[in-house]
Design a protein around this ligand. Sequence first.
Ligand code: FE2
Ligand code: FE2
Length: 318
Amino acid sequence: MTIDTQSLNVAEYHSFDSHLPLQPRLKVLLDHYFSSAHLNDRLQDLPHQFQHPQPRPWKPIHWQAIAPDQIVGIQLPVFLAILKGAIDTEAPIRDYTQTSRQYLEPLHPCMARFVGGVAATDGTLLELGLWEKEERQHTPALVKLYSQLTHETAIPQPHAVRQYQPSSDRISDLYRHGLHRVATEYGAACLYLWLMAHTTGPLQAVLEELVLDEINHMTKFWGFGVWAYPNSSLTQISWTVVQAMKGRVTYQPDRSSLFGTLHRMTTVLGWRTWSAANKLTFAFTCFYALRLLWRWSQELTPATLQDLFGQPSLCLKN
Ligand SMILES: [Fe+2]
Ligand SMILES: [Fe+2]
């Protein structure tokens, strides 16, 4: 099944765009983009992408029409600081994808190819992964947005990415790494959706494309995680997060730390300059999205997941 998100969006924006207060607007967007129908659609797309990887096309964007008056309910300097933080966080995508490919390769070659493509034994990249092809559009899009709004150029300041650090337990390595990847895709989806609720017109159209990409990846990674680790309970996830947080309150590029990432994100996104309403509505977005995601996840059956992920031979023939 393929959902026509474009027509749904247009109808929804016209009805709620400028009249609804922010919270109901956020709820409309969350109920739509995090609906089970949309998430199922994104997950079921995977076998096709394993065999015929094709980046999701973006709608045409009217870049020249983007202007500061399309920002609603958030101060321009705060909005720009968030954009700048997102630009720095999205790069360097190549490092992200290659680390993930290495964790996945021994355990699921299809997903490894989806995220990081194919590499020769000396590490030379022979083919780009679909995840990389879609993500690498994000930094240039955000830079373009920034320059449309400010008439200045934002130079990305990529941070150091944690390198592949295998232990003797590759299954646990992938679990920790995968949880981190799901968390960052989910965080990006929430952030762009929250920004989308604060914008109108062509500015909103760009953010919608980012939301669609991040939700697409988040759903595929989450579904893979549920298939690969079916006995992972909320308790185990929480325990892994707590372990990852232990004693590491600052970002360390060589170690996996969810809390470190969160700490770095709040700094680069200029969290301290956000108003109380900004913080509250963003927290609402994250909690409500997680609720919808969890509900959808409970509906995933082992048979469905087996159909999607249980045939690694699918991606090996081309
Ligand atoms: Fe992204
Ligand atoms: Fe992403």
